[in-house]
Design a protein around this ligand. Sequence first.
Ligand code: MN
Length: 724
Amino acid sequence: MSNIADTIESKRLQDELILQLCSTLSGYLEQSQIDDCVRAYKFSADAHSGQFRKSGEAYICHPISVAIMLAEMRMDASGIMAAILHDVLEDTPISKKELALQFSPEIAELVDGVTKLTKIDGRSQSRAEAQAENVRKMFLAMGKDLRVILVKLADRLHNMQTLGAMPAEKKRRIARETLDIYGPIANRLGMNKIRHKLEELSFKAMYPMRYAVLITAIKKARGNRSKVVDTIESTIKKRLEQAFLDCTVSGREKNIYSIYQKMHLKKVSLSSIFDLYAFRIFCENVDTCYRALGVIHNLYKPIPGRFKDYIALPKANGYQSLHTIVIGPYGAPIEIQIRTHEMHRMAESGIAAHWLYKTDDDQTEKFQARANEWLRDLLEIQKSVGDSLEFIDNLKVDLFPQEVFVFTPKGSIVKIPRGSTIIDFAYAVHTDIGNACVSARIDKQLVPLQTKLENGMTVEIITASWARPNALWLNYVTTVKARSSIRNHLKHFKQQEAISLGRRLLEKELQSMHIHLENIEEDRIQAFLKVMAMPSMNDLLEDIGLGNKMPFLIAKRLTQADLNANIKLDNTERFRQTPLIIKGTEGMVITLAKCCRPIPGDSIIGYFNPGKGIVVHHHECRNRTIVRKKHTNWLDVEWCKDAIGDFSTELRIEILNQRGALATIASTISERDSNIENVSIVDQDDRVCIDLITLTVKDRIHLAKVMRKLKELPIVLKITRVKG
Ligand code: MN
């Protein structure tokens, strides 16, 4: 700022803000704590000195404004100080260590948490991925301390309030992010007040025109209907008084963004939304809530199916209230919410209520505990899924909860996200039940596991001790808990499988040398593991089972006189000379099965045959099912990228039985650089003859070219490849 007048103006604003902060803080903090906050302010102002916001005011005004918002929520002293210092690590050379020294490690941790949320590493990733990664970080930071997200939400709210000077494109981007992430998080934490503010500001930034039109329309509508509102309100009040119920009634302003969403998503007109009157009734206790509901339903006819009891069955974020829609005096539907004052405070402030209302009831504690539990679950999940985008996908189910309620056979209620299947339900009851479920009954009828649950169903899970989660289930589940439990189980199971397969393969190899694994001395095994740089025998066996190490080589090395010498096998050179066709099979004999004659490019599968080495079959080989009974050790094998050679394969061709036909076929094949190895006539009549032709090709592409050329011949009626 070059202009001195502006600088003075800015200083004045700064002083005003800090006064406002201190007076708010004095409402609930001790003087010594307020002094600490002032010290944080001086430190922060010093660090940010010379920095200005786009609007022209000194940068420090931003963190103070954020702190004021949090002070209004009665955030504790450390939280306020963290808010004042929240941009210091990111925008100034001050280090986390210095913050810890100057203030406390706790405050340094909080500021660091907020800072981590801000940094997006967008260089190597797509924007979606970068955003996903950012959200994931946010949850990691939140999991450590809920105050981090409160500072972040207040930070975002102030930024949204001061978007003014920014280019429209950037405004829209920030607004989008706010709607996608911060709004839902505020909602999930039950902080509706802050959520509505964020949503309204975002809506305004994204669609300034629509916002302006809506605001005008709402104002106009409000004027037109104020008489009706008054009539309804006084009628309700009178009835409640007659019933000796101590309640307060107020007309309810609908959130502008939710009005817009309703119009947009449900394609309804503004007038039809405004035909809907909304009231709230506040009661002293839960009992009065239900009695007030009785009075209302007695006064106006309720619309069937629109009554919701969130008191008995709170929403996932802890929200409690009775909702009903009744038909009012002029035939207009009236939406009524009935709740206690306590519930209302919770609905407005959510987890922030913990600081805001230091009441002695345990409701706020419960709320806090629930939020923490949710975060812990999320942290568990983020450990089990590797990818940020996937984490976000999972999170979305959790952030936009739409629940259904189902019953266990004993009558307890389980709340589960809409779209959940029986498998989700089983995991929601208990992980062990999920893992062991085999089938289920809904309302006494047997149903498939992928059946989606609906409100009011009674679900009985049938388990079996032998049952295992199935990888296919991942296609049916929606809840994060089910998904991560199945994943974990499969991962563990796969490992166990690999170890036992590895053991079988190694033992078989050793048997052909007339040695038993258990007869090899422990010392020798330990020495061998050391040479192989393997932490344990199970790791080695797992590696063999997964196909990373060949049992033949391991057996050979393990039984060789000098353990250290076996790094260079005597015939290593020979292995190098013959080109590999199957990945990872150095030193092994490969046999391509005669029944299906696989060629490079085919999907293949193999097994160990002591006499033949690895026998490779085509994945679709019919013979394989017969062989499978004898060989349980099937391995997933893969062609080498540069598998070179002539590979035999077999075609079955129906040819018009005419002179010279076979010669035409033969010349066509050789024109395509392929050789015929063998021809045999399988069937022949006057008109058609069917031949089996064995020819050599380089790979699938080559074969496809040959087959295409053959198909073009007028004498060829049908051509198929023989696969077992
Ligand atoms: Mn900030």
